[in-house]
Design a protein around this ligand. Structure first.
Ligand code: F6P
Ligand code: MN
Length: 312
């Protein structure tokens, strides 16, 4: 199809009835992602010399990506409150703005994979009003950008999940409308060291292996989850571990956005006991185990984890 005939992100959102402010906000994130993509191609891969609130050394790219998103969201007049995985405090500098939305984001997830030239991503949760520390089910939209061989943006609206690809002239154009998952798949993407698995999780993973599930793990949440979503089934998990009882991934910056997207697409996301989107966050930096993908695998994980608890 000629470039000029493809549906651009802005027009698509308009046709879907998305309100002007939310359209503007999603477009701003799209703009930020173009600068991040350029930064990935050109910025030094060294450390910045700083450490984030989780004790992780920040790359120059982490800091730059955070600045790009923060600046775009701060200047657009649509955002009241924002929080970044790379910043210690919620940035409430815009509370007095007329903005209608608040945003949690991970500017460059999986950034340590850039030096080996694997895919990385930006993850964004959008909430109405000014409150940020709240359950993920209250999101009005969620999205992620995947910087891979192509740059794509997957947007989850309550009405559907859609993929847009960044084209040669710098526009996001619709590449896969209305993405849907099957109830069951055949790939699995298991985070965490196996020797740190808890017994029930180990049994669950072994049961997938016994059923011939194929391993698909790169170490980046965005590309690994994207693979499960786009293949239409399977499971990504980053479980509770012996040395990390709450797992690794952050509920508000990483899990909630993907949980929103997967549910709209017909899949499921759980911490092993309850729906991710129903977790009441204790703090903005809270971590959570996650089992996310098609419904049957997530239900199977919950069942096997519950059986272990009841037999203890
Ligand atoms: O932000 C955390 C992250 O980089 C995710 O993108 C990824 O899923 C996970 O860490 C990988 O962790 P590990 O190296 O322990 O498998
Ligand atoms: Mn991250």
């Amino acid at each position: 199809m000629p470039l000029s005939k493809r549906k651009r992100l802005r027009d698509f959102l308009y046709d879907q009835g998305v309100d002007g402010a939310l359209r503007g906000l999603i477009n701003e994130i799209g703009e930020a992602s173009k600068y991040i993509s350029y930064a990935i191609d050109t910025t030094s891969l060294g450390y910045s010399g700083s450490v984030n609130v989780y004790g992780e050394k920040q790359l120059a790219l982490d800091v730059l990506s955070d600045e790009i998103v923060s600046e775009k969201l701060g200047m657009c007049g649509i955002v009241k409150n924002m929080a970044s995985e790379e910043q210690e405090n919620i940035n409430s500098a815009f509370l007095s703005e007329p903005g209608e939305y608040s945003v949690c984001f991970d500017p460059l997830d999986g950034s340590s994979l850039v030096d080996v030239n694997l895919a990385v991503g930006t993850i964004v949760s959008i909430y109405p009003g000014k409150q940020l520390v709240r359950p993920g089910r209250e999101q009005v939209a969620a999205l992620y950008v995947l910087y891979g061989p192509r740059t794509t943006m997957v947007v989850g609206l309550p009405s559907g999940v859609h993929e847009f690809s960044l084209d040669a002239v710098g526009s996001y154009t619709l590449s896969r409308p209305d993405i849907k998952m099957k109830d069951v798949g055949n790939i699995y993407s298991p985070g965490g060291s196996r020797n740190q698995y808890l017994p029930a999780h180990k049994d669950f993973i072994d049961s997938l292996l016994a059923d011939n599930y194929k391993l698909r793990y790169s170490g980046g949440f965005v590309p690994d989850f994207n693979q499960v979503l786009m293949k239409g089934g399977g499971l990504f998990t980053y479980p509770a571990l012996k040395n990390a009882p709450n797992g690794k991934l952050r509920l508000m910056f990483e899990c909630n956005a993907m949980a929103f997207i997967v549910e709209v697409a017909g899949g499921a996301a759980s911490n092993g006991k309850q729906r991710i989107l129903d977790i009441e966050p204790e703090s903005i930096e809270m971590r959570s185990p996650i089992y996310i993908g098609s419904k049957k695998e997530v239900a199977r994980a919950e069942k096997m984890l519950a059986e272990q608890v009841s037999s203890d």
